[in-house]
Design a protein around this ligand. Structure first.
Ligand code: HEM
Length: 431
């Protein structure tokens, strides 16, 4: 794999991939299986979860950024971290963050007033907004992290994570020496250093604010000695920073892209949002924007911000009549499953009705997996959904978004699915 294909793996799917229950092929000395059948996905992510571990390669690629935090951990280590972190993401805990979602959405919307009507890169604006949100939730907008420099370093670290890295695959990571990967290494070092300095300050604070970092330190301190608790808090805080903002930013960008092509739907959503925003309770705003939620679900179907879920078999198995051998790579691609010809009617069309209660009742639980499924389902899913819904309601109530004539929007996918080269849209104030 070279050039554009290396950076944009989505291009490698043929039409056949969207039609078959499973696709098996050799890949650089491994056997690779892309699983599309919902029952087989259920087997991989839920029923036989102990047979399908996170790939060994993931630890090598992500280890120096995410350490042994929840994302790459396995077995008892993972189970304990997940159990300890559950209270950090209860509905009540997420509700506490909601005013922050609305405030940061307003800051961005206020900033657009000076530029509208005009062309604005809404992908960059979405990323800046969700970065401020996660910094606020994680570390109460600590000055060490809530800066443009930090945001650029996080972006550089993320941009390379999904690169196909031959060196890492072969166990010789120093072979991967492109400028992009060097920038990524610098980004990783910056993040870990800034977060470690922040953590040291936080550990010494007498009356720390009630944010993710304080909560992480508290839950890990219950069962671990202080230095071990601090390491786990640090690695999981970096994980939240990395996993928890670009994904949501891409959800926002794809929503605005789809809606820019659907002015009528946008008008309906704007009216719904304006009514809902007369409420002051964020839960009520979410409750009174039900159509926005259908649209958001449909956007996450067509453009899943995490387009691939990777596993590696640790024992022999069989899926859809295909032999799976220990060591084989087994991959579930929400991008492919969500557009599979056997699972969806008109799979490439935008249709929020796919998420009406009646339509949802007919879905297989494992045919719609933007947040994964089973025990390793995204721990931040409810945080992300509430954040996206409140930010979109705020933006759509105030602005109209339309395409820039002549500009083609293209998909780029590595571990994230983003609009290639940003997303300039025409933005104008709604009267
Ligand atoms: C639209 C936004 C998001 C999407 C589409 C998304 C998607 C996913 C997916 C597909 C997985 C499963 C990966 C696997 O099974 O290999 C996952 C796991 C995870 N996500 Fe998210 N995510 C989003 C937002 C967030 C946020 C906001 C946070 C934290 C604040 C977060 C933290 C995590 C963590 C820690 C895991 C690992 C869970 C575990 O292994 O137990 N994510 N996410």
């Amino acid at each position: 794999m070279t050039g554009e294909l290396r950076r944009n793996v989505i291009l490698s799917w043929t039409e056949e991939a969207y039609e078959v229950p499973i696709l098996s092929r050799p890949l650089f000395g491994f056997h690779f299986h892309a699983v599309n059948d919902p029952d087989a996905i259920r087997a991989v992510l839920l029923d036989r979860v102990s047979t399908y571990a996170k790939p060994a390669l993931l630890g090598r690629l992500a280890g120096d950024l995410l350490g042994r935090g929840i994302f790459a951990a396995e077995g008892e280590d993972w189970r304990e971290q997940r159990r300890l972190m559950a209270p950090v993401f209860t509905p009540a805990a997420i509700k506490g963050f909601m005013p922050g979602f609305l405030d940061e959405a307003r800051v961005t919307a206020d900033g657009w007033a000076a530029e509208a009507p005009g062309v604005i890169d809404v992908a960059a604006a979405a990323t800046a907004t969700t970065f401020r949100v996660i910094c606020r939730a994680l570390c109460s907008s600590e000055p060490l992290m809530a800066t443009d420099e930090a945001a650029e370093n996080v972006a550089a670290a993320l941009a390379s994570l999904g690169d196909f890295r031959a060196g890492a695959l072969m166990g010789v990571p120093w072979l991967d020496a492109s400028p992009r990967l060097r920038r990524a290494a610098k980004g990783r070092a910056f993040i870990r250093d800034a977060m470690a300095r922040f953590l040291a300050e936080r550990r010494a604070a007498d009356d720390p604010p009630d944010d993710f970092m304080t909560r992480l330190l508290r839950v890990f301190a219950e069962t671990h000695p202080p230095d071990e608790a601090a390491r786990l808090a640090l690695e999981n805080a970096v994980t939240f920073l990395v996993a928890g903002h670009e994904t949501t930013a891409n959800a926002l960008s794809w929503a605005l892209y789809v809606l820019s092509e659907q002015p009528d739907v946008q008008d309906v959503l704007a009216a719904e949002a304006r009514d809902a925003l007369t409420e002051t309770d964020p839960d009520a705003i979410i409750e009174w924007t039900p159509y926005l939620r259908w649209v958001l679900d449909e956007v996450l179907r067509l453009y899943p911000p995490a387009p691939r879920i990777e596993r590696q078999a640790v024992a022999d198995d069989e899926l859809c009549g295909h032999e799976i051998r220990k060591g084989d790579l087994v991959s579930v691609w929400p991008w492919v499953v969500h557009r599979h010809r056997a699972l969806w009617k008109d799979p490439d069309l935008f249709d929020p009705e796919n998420f009406s209660p009646e339509a949802k009742a007919g879905h297989h639980r494992f045919q719609y997996i933007p947040f994964g499924a089973g025990p390793r389902v995204c721990i931040g899913a409810q945080f992300a959904l509430a954040e996206a819904q409140l930010i979109l309601a705020t933006w759509l109530s105030r602005y109209r978004f339309s395409p820039v004539p002549g500009r083609q929007v293209e998909v780029q996918a590595d571990i994230a699915l983003r609009p290639k080269g940003g997303l300039p849209l025409r933005v104008e104030v709604r009267s």
